[in-house]
Design a protein around this ligand. Structure first.
Ligand SMILES: *[C@@H]1O[C@H](CO)[C@@H](O)[C@H](O)[C@H]1NC(C)=O
Ligand SMILES: *[C@@H]1O[C@H](CO)[C@@H](O)[C@H](O)[C@H]1NC(C)=O
Ligand SMILES: *[C@@H]1O[C@H](CO)[C@@H](O)[C@H](O)[C@H]1NC(C)=O
Ligand SMILES: *[C@@H]1O[C@H](CO)[C@@H](O)[C@H](O)[C@H]1NC(C)=O
Ligand SMILES: *[C@@H]1O[C@H](CO)[C@@H](O)[C@H](O)[C@H]1NC(C)=O
Ligand SMILES: *[C@@H]1O[C@H](CO)[C@@H](O)[C@H](O)[C@H]1NC(C)=O
Ligand SMILES: *[C@@H]1O[C@H](CO)[C@@H](O)[C@H](O)[C@H]1NC(C)=O
Ligand SMILES: *[C@@H]1O[C@H](CO)[C@@H](O)[C@H](O)[C@H]1NC(C)=O
Ligand SMILES: *[C@@H]1O[C@H](CO)[C@@H](O)[C@H](O)[C@H]1NC(C)=O
Ligand SMILES: *[C@@H]1O[C@H](CO)[C@@H](O)[C@H](O)[C@H]1NC(C)=O
Ligand SMILES: *[C@@H]1O[C@H](CO)[C@@H](O)[C@H](O)[C@H]1NC(C)=O
Length: 583
């Protein structure tokens, strides 16, 4: 009796967690393994994107003065390229034809390289993310009155959680406005002028800012916020990370980034020194690129794609301390987060039939005349890089023409794969050529399961008979009655990213994937209103219920070695294996 009571209790607790889900707000983020894009699978999507870009260029005057490069790639291969060369050339910007090797200033995308450099040093044990900056940049100790350096850690610097000011000698209206008094601003005294750092904007970008300029001017600026309170973007923070890198490696920041990242990845068109005018689109040469960790790199779209592929493939194994794509702080708004320099955006508004969230891991960069975006879609195994020389609105239009269409196209490919590879009816009787798993079923066992694919529910269970019993109805009604909710509950599959191998019926080696099915409430018909705003309050538990110590919702999908299709399903808690029935 005690056993049953605690099992019921467990069920009550888990279903409460499971079913606080209205309008499908807690749909698992992963409904499939990241798809592959063989055989031109995204052909129509790219045709559509290309047409949109052509229309933009034709209709928007900004593109007469803006060059851009755009590339889309999976983790394996480049899938789409589009280059546009500005029509109007200026004296300093000869109209070269833009291609994948054309170099752009990537501005703040440089911070990705700085952050990666720090994480690599952390993985080597040369620094700790929670160390104070003082440990590596002792000179800061001279000024303990303006800043709480003890609490400014490497981690907080990476995620802009330091409260440090943004820039040292950039974005200053004093030099950006021809006549500041026309804006109601008072004149700046000569005394004040003499205290400003003699570099960056204050030198009309003829002098780069040095470490000495930084250390001297910081106390004068003072903090924006105390450390660790809320994020505020800080270029200065990345300059300090550049100094940390110099300190722990004993190398110049730029030499370290080159030897530890650019060279090993073969990024031959990426450098801190301005390339020849013919290799780039440089409206004017500038000393701004000489600064440290914040924004000095020149790179090409083909190189940045190689770099982003590396990020996509390695984000979870750069250091055991963290996943590089994980968020660290809330940004403003409901959907934005700051990571270890990644700007993370999550939305459920793109997929028309589902409340499933799509995560964009991004980094934007922008300075005078140069703008760039890096975008990674981990769930779809896609990366995008686009850079422009010219006007920012033009790049925003390019970005907008790509991002949602790409998600919708990739989603179609993934759903089609769920349909052909996984969906279907599997039964104990379908195990005609018994594999070792199937041969463990009792003879004549009446068990079968039907997996359905749809754009709203992805892969879900539409029928399930176990030993002549309607297991689907039984499990669904237990879940629903225990949670006290009467929504339209269904079981949706989500992959566990664990592969196993085992013998197939002909004795050869086959691979299996472990998935789980999770309660989701499909209330897409119910309009949202003020009383159900809490319905997408989600806790994650992929292992809510066991039977005899075995997870009830674990399913192993076994692949046919030849066709690549799922040939057999094993449900460990039900001690059953079922073969795919011929369509
Ligand atoms: C771009 O410049 C060309 C040549 O000056 C002009 O004919 C065309 O109308 C311009 N395009 C747009 C969209 O303004
Ligand atoms: C890109 O253009 C440059 C200059 O026109 C040329 O040297 C280079 O080979 C081109 N690269 C590619 C990948 O086409
Ligand atoms: C790193 O910083 C520490 C503390 O400021 C200092 O003792 C050490 O000499 C520095 N190392 C290098 C290589 O700059
Ligand atoms: C700054 O440099 C630009 C380009 O080199 C030049 O046109 C401008 O006159 C300079 N401004 C000042 C205030 O010196
Ligand atoms: C970069 O150059 C090196 C040495 O010339 C070469 O081995 C490598 O393949 C190049 N990388 C790319 C992406 O072309
Ligand atoms: C870009 O990289 C390619 C391949 O390594 C190389 O041949 C070319 O010279 C590089 N271009 C520039 C401008 O560095
Ligand atoms: C069972 O296996 C035999 C020999 O391997 C094969 O000829 C037959 O087509 C298979 N039957 C089914 C239903 O897969
Ligand atoms: C099938 O159900 C019967 C009772 O209805 C039970 O005796 C038997 O052990 C079950 N077999 C399996 C494999 O679950
Ligand atoms: C299997 O069980 C289901 C549900 O009890 C029943 O409808 C069906 O007829 C059974 N099939 C066989 C072959 O016994
Ligand atoms: C079966 O294949 C997997 C993955 O390809 C491999 O890791 C495993 O060693 C293989 N097992 C045997 C017995 O060949
Ligand atoms: C708002 O939602 C609640 C719970 O879903 C429902 O009971 C109520 O009728 C709804 N009210 C309106 C005005 O739609």
């Amino acid at each position: 009796m005690a056993g049953i009571t605690s099992a019921l209790l467990l069920l009550v607790l888990s279903t409460i967690v499971w079913q606080q889900t209205v309008r499908g707000g807690c749909v698992p983020e992963y409904a499939f393994y990241p798809p592959s894009y063989s055989n031109n699978a995204l052909h129509d999507t790219f045709l559509d994107i290309q047409q949109s870009l052509n229309v933009l260029i034709e209709q928007q005057e900004a593109f007469n003065d803006t060059s851009f490069a755009l590339e889309v790639s999976s983790s394996k291969e480049t899938l789409f390229k589009f280059y546009h060369t500005m029509l109007r050339a200026t004296k300093d910007s000869p109209t070269e034809t833009i291609n994948g090797s054309t170099m752009f200033r990537i501005e703040s995308n440089t911070k990705l390289f700085t952050a990666l450099g720090i994480l690599k040093q952390e993985a080597l044990g040369h620094l700790d993310l929670d160390d104070s900056i003082l440990r590596y940049v002792q000179d800061l100790e001279a000024d303990k009155t303006s800043f709480d350096w003890e609490r400014i850690t490497i981690r907080s610097l990476l995620a802009h959680m330091t409260g440090l000011p943004d820039t040292l000698a950039d974005d200053d209206l004093l030099l950006l406005l021809a006549n500041p008094t026309e804006y109601g601003l008072p004149p700046v005294s000569d005394k004040t002028l003499s205290t400003l750092p003699p570099c960056g904007v204050f030198s009309n970008y003829t002098e780069p800012c040095t470490e000495q300029d930084l250390l001297q001017s910081l106390p004068q600026y003072g903090p924006v916020l105390p450390p660790q309170v809320e994020p505020s973007y800080s270029n200065i923070g990345y300059d300090l990370l550049g100094l940390v890198i110099s300190n722990v490696t004993g190398m110049n920041y730029r030499d370290y980034i080159s030897s530890s990242i650019l060279q090993p990845l073969g990024l031959n068109n990426t450098s801190f020194t301005p390339p020849a005018q013919s290799a780039a689109k440089l409206p004017y040469p500038s000393a701004w690129s000489q600064e440290t960790g914040l924004g000095g790199l020149y790179s090409s779209s083909s190189d940045m794609i190689l770099f982003l592929r590396y990020c996509l493939l390695n984000h979870d194994n750069i250091t055991p301390s963290l996943d590089w794509f994980s968020p660290k702080a809330y940004s403003a708004g409901q959907h934005s987060f700051l990571g270890y320099t990644w700007e993370i955006f999550r939305t459920s508004s793109i997929l028309p039939d589902s409340e499933r969230v799509v995560t964009f891991v991004t980094k934007g960069g922008g300075g005078t005349e140069y703008y760039s975006y890096s975008i990674i879609l981990p769930a779809y195994d896609l990366v995008v890089f686009t850079a422009a020389a010219g006007e920012l609105p033009a790049l925003n239009d390019v970005f907008a023409a790509v991002r949602d269409k790409l998600v919708l196209g990739a989603e179609r490919v993934a759903q089609q794969d769920l349909k052909t590879t996984y969906a279907g009816t599997y039964s104990a009787l379908g195990c005609r050529n018994s594999s070792s798993l199937c041969s463990q079923n009792p003879p004549g066992l009446n068990s079968s399961i039907t997996l359905a694919q749809s754009s709203s529910r992805s892969l879900s269970i539409s029928a399930w008979i176990s030993n002549s019993t309607d297991a689907l109805q039984a499990l669904l009604s237990v879940s629903s009655s225990q949670s006290g909710q009467t929504g339209n509950v269904y079981f949706q599959f989500t992959p566990m990213f664990r592969a196993i191998s085992g013998p197939s019926s002909d004795g050869s080696n086959r691979t299996g994937e472990i998935w789980r099915f999770i309660n989701v409430i499909d209330d897409t018909e119910v309009p949202t209103n003020a009383t159900n705003v809490w319905d997408d309050y989600c806790a994650s538990n992929l292992d809510p219920l066991r039977y005899g110590g075995v997870s009830v919702n674990e399913v192993v999908f076994w692949r046919d070695t030849e066709t690549g299709l799922i040939e057999e399903i094993q449900i460990p808690a039900f001690q059953v294996a079922m073969g795919r029935e011929k369509a």
